[in-house]
Design a protein. Sequence first.
Length: 209
Amino acid sequence: MRALMMDVDGVLVRGRPDDGRPWSTRLEADLGLRPDDLQRRFFAPHWDDIVLGRAGLLDHLPLVLKEIAPHLTPQQLTAYWFEQDSRLDDALLRDLAGFRAAGMAVHLATNQEHMRAQHLMEKVGLADHIDGFHYSAALGYRKPSPDFFRCVTARVGLAPRNLVLVDDTIENVRAARATGWHAIHWTGEHPLAALLKPHLAGRPAARRS
């Protein structure tokens, strides 16, 4: 195994900064927008196109907000969303730093649209912890599509057997394995090193950082 492919939401990023709950927990109280309305009018009809890069986040959001929350601008909502969905798992990041120090590449392999992808890299700071970033809107494919994994494999130039996905969604884990990757279902209950041990035969141990 030569590269770790880390999922973002539910693995490296775990909800609200203060308590880890979903970003929309206080959406109605803070911004006067019901999460159910946002789900029904925005995410349900438009998210597939957005997360695959066929549409931008701001292509549909302004019109939707005019209908369900005319007091809000798209910029206000996205700023709130991105800030409230940014709690990093610092212990996991330290573990990843140890693997990088031992010569293992660390990449992100995630379903994201362009704006939040940029926010995660530049504002949240994930760019400082990784060697590569592969996300659905840039690739035109999303997990668990086999094409997502094939595209990432081609981008990194490594054989599938040298890649291991760490993901909290079991469907993604199964899809990665079906395309020849190793894959681990992440629950946060066990240290990363323990989960990776079966895949690390012959490699030096991760260094503590």
